[in-house]
Write a protein that binds this ligand. Structure first.
Ligand SMILES: Nc1ncnc2c1ncn2[C@@H]1O[C@H](COP(=O)(O)OP(=O)(O)OP(=O)(O)O)[C@@H](O)[C@H]1O
Ligand SMILES: [Mg+2]
Length: 442
């Protein structure tokens, strides 16, 4: 499941059409019948489609599913990565992709650059890649889940993260500037800072502590609880002022897929847990303990400023989506870093293994082996801000051979509605053989 951008320049314009067609077909087919891929891609000659299908399968962007009732393919995470990169490139958001700077339990973080050379962060959500400790309990659940539904959950996580970041940024919260979102990816400003976890000492622990606690309170006054507010998700930048003046520390908050509303049934539990994470870290790392009890959610909510939770629900991330994502996270035991931190104690590292949802899928002999053990850390990565001098040398330019399939009328792919209508009328043909010919499972 490692992002491999090296092959992107070998993907031909026809291949892009076929890849996009496979994605469109995936919306209502777990395994997209080959004739449907051809129909959506509407490449006249059958050989063109087949050539593209084998080219895409060879580099692992789609995979043939063995033992299926009909001949068909599914989109892989690799294919989804390429489609997202295609969109980010076409919108002039991303020009090149560089090193991986973080591996989380459920996401990969890469540095990338805009066409003007600005360094950005590409966060790729990879739900379904669960740390080993939760896998045993969930093995059956994992097995019964299709890779398509993992991808859908990853898309939801990216959309949620992006929507919340936009709202928070608008209200002046210290979060990275959200730049773009496509499918399971979010592009955001790169913060040149270390996670608090990596900072051994600070000049004024009490000051930083109250700034962070105030942020938890302020979030609640805007209707929100971060849900994973801890030393991994707080980046701290050192600002050096005039000589002789003390260094100021500027915290930035990241990682929002678990954010929740203050109206959530367990709001108090998550609010208290966010507070407890900060208290525990400051006490262990900086030997700082506050004399004041709390803060408490009820107290914090006495003066509400705005309801961002309600706003976000109305503008991008619906209640239904929130419920779906939450259900998934609960079922597979995704609970951010907080539970692990509580259980393991502060400094304990642990062994873990990741499971790839695609591991449970039938294998494709043609597909290249995907590196399923690429992320053998259960704890969020301890990354350092990328060194700009090494970044530029390791960047791969996204050299996409594509005559913009969506923009030229002659080449435009049909809409899914059109396809549905066409296939419905085809399906009305009563003979079994006609259906079989069209590749539908019956
Ligand atoms: N905008 C950013 N600028 C700089 N570094 C970042 C940025 N976003 C993420 N990182 C780095 O990547 C690491 C992981 O990012 P993040 O916390 O968003 O995802 P995650 O922890 O992998 O998610 P999960 O909670 O699913 O494990 C961070 O600890 C940080 O070091
Ligand atoms: Mg994190």
């Amino acid at each position: 499941m490692k992002l491999n951008v090296k092959n992107i320049r070998y993907v031909s314009p026809e291949d892009w059409r076929v890849l996009t067609a496979t994605e469109m077909g995936s919306r209502n087919h777990e395994i997209v019948p080959t004739p449907l891929i051809a129909q959506i891609a509407s490449i006249r000659s059958g050989t063109g489609v087949h050539k593209s299908i084998s080219a895409l399968a060879k580099i692992g962007l789609i995979a043939k599913v063995k033992n299926a009732k009909y001949d068909g393919y599914r989109l892989t995470y690799g294919g989804l990565d390429y489609l997202a990169l295609h969109t980010h490139t076409k919108s002039s958001t991303i020009y090149s992709v560089g090193n991986q700077i973080g591996v989380g339990k459920e996401s990969d973080i890469y540095v990338c650059a805009s066409p003007s050379g600005r360094n950005l962060v590409l966060k790729i959500h990879r739900l379904g890649r669960i740390s080993f400790r939760t896998v045993k309990a969930n093995r059956d659940y994992l097995r019964n889940r299709s890779s398509g539904s993992w991808m859908y959950m990853s898309r939801l996580a990216a959309l949620k993260e992006y929507t919340f970041m936009q709202a928070l940024r608008r209200e002046g919260f210290p979060v990275p500037e959200p730049i773009a979102q496509s499918r399971h990816t979010v592009v955001m400003e790169m913060i040149d800072a270390f996670p608090l976890r990596q900072i051994a000492s600070v000049p004024d622990p009490a000051g930083l502590y109250s700034e962070l606690i105030n942020m938890i309170v302020k979030l609640a006054q805007y209707g929100l609880i971060h849900g994973d507010f801890n030393e991994f998700n707080i980046l701290v930048e050192e600002k050096h002022g005039e000589e002789g003046t003390p260094v100021t520390l500027i915290p930035t908050i990241i990682d929002f897929p678990q954010m929740l509303s203050v109206s959530h049934v367990n709001a108090e539990y998550y609010f208290d847990r966010d507070v407890a994470c900060i208290k525990r870290f400051f006490s262990r790392r900086f030997a700082f303990t506050s004399d004041e009890p709390g803060p408490f959610l009820k107290e914090s909510m006495k003066t509400m400023t705005k309801r961002l939770d309600v706003e976000v629900e109305a503008t991008g991330f619906s209640k239904k989506m929130a419920k779906e994502l939450e259900k998934y996270m609960k079922e597979v035991g995704v609970d951010g870093d907080a539970t692990a931190l509580e259980r393991d104690g502060d400094e304990g590292e642990e062994d873990a293994e990741d499971v790839d949802p695609e591991e449970n899928e039938p294998e494709d002999p043609d597909a290249p082996e995907e590196n399923v053990k690429d992320a053998d850390t259960a704890k969020p990565s301890t990354t350092s801000p990328a060194d700009p001098s090494t970044l530029t040398t390791s960047m791969t330019v996204l050299d996409i051979q594509d005559t913009d399939i969506q923009d030229t009328d002659a080449n435009a792919l049909p809409s899914l509605e059109e396809i549905k209508q066409q296939t419905q009328s085809q399906q009305r043909k009563p003979t079994k053989s006609a259906k079989a010919k069209a590749g539908w499972s019956i």
